[in-house]
Design a protein around this ligand. Structure first.
Ligand code: G4P
Length: 533
């Protein structure tokens, strides 16, 4: 079936059925656990633990992944697709470690909404704020899942206050927790006014039905102290005075729907998933230099938001991940190369479940497909059947850590440069060279220091090049533009480093934000633009 003859109603139905989202959280809040439980409740897996197990299996396949396992973090994102209640869910799994936040940022560009997981004992943490800001910039709605209610938690009102004050969104509790930690009994569902009782004996690998009752069930009062019970009644009464849920305000990111639960013990996951299906938006239109691209009325188009090389070290292939923004993709579709304009046939395309991949013959706006072996793609590339427009660029983030990378075996210089080029294409780091210096060792700029180790481990594992890292004291890099005589007045000899990027543009490395501020004020003729990884 070709794109021209697909029934427009079918096309619309397929696209409207897609729900594409990412889970954001501070490390350890429970993102992996909630992912697993959503897959469990979505019937995509039958035993929780398998995603983690797969990760560990995958981790054993290369040194680089070995690093992921040793550190107990997830470095790479995976895309998980599963059908649920007539919808096709695309879950963009994002790395949680703060050092890998840039990869997460890019992944959020491909999501239509986000689920923010908070640890009930910790509230809104640093990394959550950063990720939240990216969601806000992108304008996607956010669900909040307050996790670990089976452990001692902060007061629910305090948690809601924090969401409101720190993130500036009006939290609307969709359910209310009854007790916490050892006294956690379940949640009161505001919509149905029913109480879902927490079953302390339920184990967490399979689904167990929740017991449903009402607030006048004597077990509730019996399970709480008098003060707790009074507080609960007060809070439930108070909730009606708190914000009313307003779907339009949620979609505008002014409100966030809040759910309390415990992912580890499966509690509250079903309630959350049922609402998610109801309120998560279908694929949104994306902006381009030719205006807004509607997901339904345009032909096939998408953009590359992630490139990952050597997912399978045996094949040494590189996979470009494409978010489909409009229309229907079919295998063997002819597209135009985003930069050369040459026709290109997309014949090898995959969809992913954890680390296993399947050939995909067709996919729709909202879906993510992987294009393996296409090293010609770059992050941010627009790929479309008709051509003629480019999606807005993916925002990039300024590097904050810098170090010289020294190749320890000069006979491997060719591989060293090839590896550096590949890793830079993937957006792993920014490569700079000191100008007018005898040393030609590249300077790497990264958002998080762990990226240095990934670059070194991958150069060793994939290109057989051993390297040494010499950290630099600089904290900021700026492209400098302006009259050459003024540029020469900058204190290049005294701490500020003069470098250039791979395109030959002048880049100044500053040691402190204060230094940058001082020289920007002293030389208003110069422009200092943040360079990005
Ligand atoms: P992350 O992806 O956000 O980093 O968090 P992850 O799901 O890995 O969870 C971090 C830790 O918190 C894990 O414990 C996990 O079992 C635990 N956890 C997640 N949800 C809940 C919950 O609802 N209640 C309780 N009590 N704990 C929860 P771990 O000991 O680090 O790992 P593991 O030994 O369980 O694998």
């Amino acid at each position: 079936m070709s794109e021209q003859i697909i029934n427009p109603i079918q096309l619309n139905n397929q696209i409207q059925a897609r729900r594409t989202f990412a889970i954001i959280s501070h490390p350890d809040a429970g993102k992996t656990t909630l992912t697993e439980k959503l897959l469990l409740y979505g019937n995509a897996i039958h035993l929780a633990g398998s995603v983690r197990a797969r990760r560990n299996q995958r981790a054993a396949t290369s040194d680089w992944m070995q690093m992921e396992r040793e550190r107990g973090i997830s470095i790479t994102s995976t895309v998980l697709q599963f059908p649920y209640e007539g919808r096709i869910i695309n879950l963009l799994d994002t790395p949680g470690h703060q050092d890998f936040s840039e990869d997460t940022y890019r992944t959020l560009m491909a999501a239509d909404c986000a689920v923010m997981v908070l640890d009930a004992a910790k509230g809104v943490e640093e990394q959550t704020v950063k990720l939240f800001e990216v969601c806000r910039r992108r304008g996607i709605p956010i669900f909040t899942f307050i996790n670990k209610m089976d452990r001692p938690a902060l007061d629910p009102l305090e948690l809601l206050d924090e969401v409101e004050n720190v993130l500036g969104m009006q939290p609307v509790p969709m359910n209310w927790p009854i007790g916490d930690g050892p006294s956690f009994m379940g949640v009161f569902d505001r919509q149905t006014e029913q109480v879902h009782l927490y079953d302390r004996t339920a184990r967490n690998q399979t689904i167990s039905p929740e017991q449903i009752t009402t607030m006048d069930d004597p077990r509730i009062q019996a399970g709480l102290s008098d003060a707790q019970y009074e507080d609960l009644l007060l809070n439930i009464g108070l909730m009606d005075e708190l914000a009313e849920f307003d779907e339009a305000a949620f979609l505008r990111e002014e409100q966030t729907m809040v759910y309390f639960g415990s992912a580890l013990t499966n509690f509250g996951v079903q309630l959350f998933l049922d609402d998610f299906i109801k309120y998560a938006p279908p694929p949104a239109a994306y902006h381009s230099d030719a205006g807004v691209i509607d997901p339904v009325s345009n032909g096939f188009s998408g953009f590359v938001f992630k490139i990952q090389a050597n997912m399978d070290p045996r094949h040494r292939d590189s996979v470009a991940f494409l978010r489909i923004c409009s229309g229907r993709f079919e295998r063997n579709t002819q597209v135009k190369h985003p930069r050369t304009g040459k026709p290109l046939k997309l014949s090898r395309t995959y969809t992913f479940f954890a680390d296993s991949r399947e050939v995909v013959d067709e996919a729709y706006a909202g879906d993510i497909i992987g294009l393996p072996g296409n090293r010609e793609f770059q992050i941010g590339d627009t790929i479309s059947s008709q051509g003629g427009f480019r999606f807005d660029p993916i925002p990039r983030f300024p590097a904050e850590h810098f170090a010289r990378l020294i190749n320890l075996d000069i006979s491997k210089q060719k591989q060293f440069l090839k590896g550096l080029h590949q890793l830079e294409t993937e957006g792993a780091m920014q490569v700079l060279y000191e100008t007018d210096a005898a040393r030609r060792d590249p300077i790497l700029g990264v958002v998080g220091v762990l990226q240095f180790e990934v670059v070194q481990a991958r150069l060793a594992g994939e290109y057989n090049v051993k390297t040494k890292l010499e950290p630099l004291p600089h904290q900021l890099a700026r492209w400098v533009e302006g009259p050459a005589d003024i540029i020469d007045k900058l204190p290049w000899r005294y701490g500020m480093m003069r470098t250039q990027d791979v395109d030959g543009r002048l880049v100044a490395l500053f040691s402190t934000p204060h230094e940058l501020k001082y020289y920007s004020e002293k030389y208003p003729e110069l422009r200092f633009e943040a360079i990005t990884t």
